[in-house]
Structures are given as C-alpha cells and as structure tokens.
Design a protein around this ligand. Structure first.
Ligand code: ASP
Length: 336
C-alpha cells in the first residue's frame, strides 16, 4: 500500500528526458523517470514513485503508448497515489493531455509536464516543471479537475491549453482563456475551476488508425485540397477536419467542395483557424460562412483546435457515436 501523499510519476520521453549527445548533434532521450525525479523525492513532504513508460520524442507519440500511460495512472491511483504526473515531450503534449482527459475517470489529478531545455542545458526547466507538477498532483484542491498541463509555474486545463511557442521556456498557454492556477515557492493560487467535466468516454482500440485528415483553408482557396479528400480518390475517411478562416469560414469554392463531401457521406467538421476563439454559428450568411456550412451539413468544433477536434472525433466514432448523437456529443464537448 502506497503511503499517504505519494505522487506517481510516469516518464514518456521528450526534452525533459534528453541530454545532448556526445557528438554535439542535438539532444536525445536518455534519462528515465528515476533520474528526472532525482532530488525531488520527499520535497514538500510528498514521496514520489518513478516509473518508465516510454523514452521517445513526442512527435512519435501514439495512442497505444498513451493508453499504456492511462493504465499506469489508473493503477497508481488504485494503489493509493494522490495524483499522477506524466512527463511528456512538449510538441504533442497538449494533444496527449486532451486525449487522456476524454478518458480519465478518477478524481485524482493527472498532470502532464515536460521541458523546453534538455536536462544538461544551462537553466534546464525540467526539474522546476516536474516539481510544480508533483505539488499540483498532491494538492487536494486540484482533485476533480480532470487532466491538467503544468508548465512554467502555471496549471492549465487540458481542453484549453496549447503549445503556443516553439522554443521559449514559457511554451504553453490557454489562448484567450488563461490558466487555472499559479504556483510559487510558497503556495498554489487557484483562480479558475473548469466549468465542464464530461462523462469519460470508452478507450478507443489503438490498432484502429486515426483516419481523420486536417486540411487548412487559405486565401484564394480553390478547394482542391478539400476535393482531394473525396471518396472518389480515397474511398472515404473516418471524418475530415477543415480549419477555416476566422471562425471557420471557407471560400465559396472551398465551401462547395466541403458540402459535396457531406453529400457523399463524409463527416466534415469546421474549426477556427485562429489561435484564439471559437467557431460561430450564425454571424454571417454569405456562401462559405458558418451558417452556409452548417446548412450544408458541416459540424462546428467550438473552441477546440483542429488537432483536438481530430482526437475527439476519433474517440467518439470509436465509441459508436453516429449521426445526430455524434453531432450532439461533439457540440456538447467542444462547447459549440
Ligand atoms: N521539443 C520537444 C520537447 O520539448 C521534443 C518532444 O516533443 O519530444 O520535449
């Protein structure tokens, strides 16, 4: 039985696990969970258990590995951990956190963190991020908040958080919404509580590939990229995500192509292309506007990014949601 106030850390790789290779050609994953935890065990009266799950760069993260991490987290909580931290590469961390948030079915916090500087770099940020994530995972007021991202002193909701800077140590934010809590040497200051926690969804079968292409609309768009996803050329997809201008709008021609995909039986979802904001449903009525797209059978993705929309669609479709039920679940879970 794990004693009270134990946080379990599972390591998945990423820069937090990396050191610069001896040829100086760039950082590579080399450090497992025990090295990452290092001197952090027993700080703030929290004992830390360390487990290796994977040692990879996060662009290669898969649902199979994330489901292993989910099983690990559930088991640790069942054994008595008051919270679980996963260390993960920053590049796909917000997608991983969101995916896990769709499935996490415990009150204990599940927190993802990482680093922007390798473990042997001057000013390495991994230990500080991990220490903060461990403190959040042990914090009673974080219970019931689902999956969180902790980075550079701030805790974010998995639904809202994105990697918004490619190299800066302060790489994560919740664009347009803001973080839930801030941590310093003395305390954890909570400012927001997530207004929504949805019913956990069933785990998808990781052997089923995510066949949901994301296509981005642009100025003077002839819709060819959308047309190329049609059944004629590919035999159909699980769904198609289109990141449209502003709140998700398309050119007249691109909209025609997108609506044709719906008539051909595809599930087509439009997403805002901007970094902040939401899809709208009726602000404009011109061809390619959100009203036109919705009338043509496209579904709006609310506040979700294209990548998170893809993951949500995959999990919902794998859970057997179709037709009106899919539209309702999607709109509910992306606050459209
Ligand atoms: N740049 C990445 C990181 O910060 C590498 C990765 O995502 O694995 O961890």
């Amino acid at each position: 039985m794990i004693p009270q106030r134990t946080v379990s850390v599972g390591a998945l790789g990423g820069t937090i696990s990396m050191t610069t290779d001896s040829n100086g050609t760039g950082a590579l994953p080399s450090q497992g969970a025990a090295s990452q935890v290092g001197a952090l065990n027993a700080q703030y009266g929290i004992s830390v258990a360390a487990t290796d799950i994977a040692l990879i760069g996060s662009p290669s993260m898969t649902l199979t590995t994330l489901l292993r991490a989910l099983a690990f987290a559930r088991l640790e909580v069942d054994k008595g951990a008051c919270g679980v931290v996963l260390t993960h590469g920053s590049d796909t961390l917000s997608e991983a956190a969101f995916f896990l948030s769709l499935l996490w079915d415990r009150e204990e916090p599940l927190i993802l963190t990482g680093a922007m500087r390798p473990a042997d770099a001057p000013g390495a940020d991994g230990p500080g991020n991990l220490a903060g994530a461990i403190r959040c995972a042990a914090e009673p007021s974080m219970r019931g908040m689902g999956v969180l991202v902790f980075f550079a002193d701030f805790a974010h909701s998995a639904m809202l958080c994105e990697k918004t800077d490619s190299t800066w140590v302060n790489a994560f934010s919740s664009p347009g919404w803001g973080p839930l809590a801030r941590i310093d040497a003395e305390s954890i200051t909570h400012v927001l509580t997530p207004a929504h926690r949805f019913k956990p969804l069933p785990e998808p079968n990781p052997d089923v590939v995510i066949d949901i292409p994301i296509v981005t609309a642009a100025l003077d768009d002839d819709g060819a990229a959308i047309t190329s996803l049609g059944r004629g050329s590919t035999g159909g997809h699980e769904a198609i995500v289109i990141a449209g201008a502003g709140a998700g709008r398309l050119s007249t021609r691109a909209a025609e192509e997108a609506k044709q995909l719906v008539r051909d039986g595809e599930i087509v979802v439009f997403v805002r292309k901007t970094s902040h904001g939401v899809t709208t449903t009726g602000s404009y009525a011109y061809p390619g506007s959100e009203s036109d797209l919705i009338a043509g059978g496209l579904l709006p993705a609310g506040l979700l990014s294209p990548e998170k929309t893809r993951l949500l669609l995959h999990v919902l479709l794998q859970a057997g949601c179709r037709g009106k039920e899919l539209a309702r679940e999607l709109r509910t879970r992306c606050l459209a």
